[in-house]
Design a protein around this ligand. Structure first.
Ligand code: AOF
Ligand code: ZN
Length: 367
């Protein structure tokens, strides 16, 4: 097997893994390709809800052809006994001769034990290839396991002058249909779509993934300290499907808590901070509830509170070619910053045109 083959097959395993993003939480979205004599004999990825694991799917497809083959996996195979035996054991039992995986699984039940189990059984293990890509794909899972919170992507749809609505609250639509399609594709790759109470009241959003032929829907998450959300809106009308979660202050009106529970929403009580919900314990609660990737779509107050607490990992800025002026609503509420040195910084990852708009992707600057 040449280095180019390793790179290519591992690249394929990574791209298969990405198919599961937004559907496998709390588990990582892993991909696996099994080859034998340079030919692909099995492909698999983590199934919705996190099980079966990728290797099990690929081994099932490969059958007897896996014997003597190589397994390319986008994350270290697991070593623990869950509902099914560990993947490392399954690979050994199938007669896999070599495993190529970029990085260790930092889950405390695995943490190198999968690689050790394979090596002990005489399987050759190669690691360290395509590491940056694997870290990127598994960022939500890794952040959850390391910091106990989900990865947070913040999306802002802005006018040329950084406004998200007119003074009267009109915001539909600032960006064009192509950019909105992109937003739906991004929603689908996250476990939850999150908005603040102001946005929920002003836009009455459905927060669903539409027009992509996707059956799976992310959790629809609203943050509302006082739980003063329209009880007749789209979210209320559709909460019975169990995908509406609301983070509210511990001091929210018990009658409203009961009303939303009655509608089918899952309520998460969090400490307050000023007039808002404290973002750090809120994300800890969401991480504990199993979320690994949260896509926040504003509004300005929630976006500012997440940014101010340095809790935004990725920024997606959709810039439109229209000007709304100083009376328009700013993208971010007050952040209480006095000095430039205190401002959260982001590193540019990518810029691309999208219809008549521009999408810029930013990563939280390290440090
Ligand atoms: C793999 N392949 O496709 C995935 C893995 O709750 P369980 O038993 O399903 O185990 C979940 C853990 O398994 C998860 O925290 C992570 O360490 C690993 N995920 N491992 O070998 C996979 N999704
Ligand atoms: Zn496994």
């Amino acid at each position: 097997m040449t280095a180019q083959d390793d790179d290519r097959f591992l690249g394929l395993a990574l791209s298969l893994g990405r198919r599961g993003l937004g559907r496998t939480a709390p588990n990582p979205a892993v991909g696996c390709v099994i080859t034998r004599a340079g030919r692909i004999v099995g492909r698999g990825w983590t199934q919705p809800g996190g099980r079966p694991h990728a290797e099990v799917m690929a081994l099932a497809q490969a059958g007897a052809a896996a014997r003597g083959g190589t397994a390319y996996v986008s994350l270290e195979p697991c070593a623990h006994h869950g509902k099914t035996p560990p993947c490392a054991e399954a690979l050994i039992a199938a007669g896999i001769a070599r495993v190529v995986a970029p990085i260790e699984d930092i889950d405390t039940r695995v943490g190198g034990a999968g690689f050790a189990m394979l090596r002990a059984a005489g399987v050759e293990v190669t690691t360290g290839l395509r590491v940056a890509e694997a870290m990127e794909d598994h960022a939500g899972f890794l952040i959850n396991r390391e910091h106990g919170r989900p990865l947070v992507t913040l999306k802002l749809a802005l006018s040329l002058d950084g406004r998200i609505a007119t003074a009267t609250g009109e915001s539909q639509w600032i960006t064009g249909p192509e950019a909105r399609r992109q937003v739906h594709a991004m929603r689908a790759r996250h476990d939850a779509v999150m908005v603040g109470a102001g946005t929920a009241r002003a836009d009455d959003p459905a927060l669903t993934v539409r027009d992509l032929g996707i059956s799976h829907q992310p959790v629809r998450l609203v943050v509302s300290r006082r739980l003063d959300l329209p009880l007749m809106g789209q979210l209320a009308r559709t909460a019975a499907d169990g995908t509406v979660w609301i983070c509210h202050g511990r001091d929210a009106d018990p009658q409203l808590i009961e009303a939303w529970q009655g509608l089918g929403a899952r309520l998460i009580a969090v400490e307050g901070r000023g007039r808002q919900v404290d973002p750090a314990p809120m994300l800890t609660a969401l991480g504990a509830a199993g979320l690994t990737r949260v896509f926040c779509e504003g509004g300005g107050a929630l976006a500012a509170s997440l940014l101010g607490a340095d809790l935004v990992d990725r920024l997606v800025v959709m810039g439109a070619g229209l000007a709304l002026g100083a009376e328009g609503q700013p993208a971010l509420g007050a952040m209480g910053l006095d000095r430039l040195a205190e401002a959260p910084r982001f590193t540019l990852r990518d810029t691309r045109p999208c219809g008549g708009d521009v999408i810029t992707l930013w990563d939280r600057a390290p440090g």
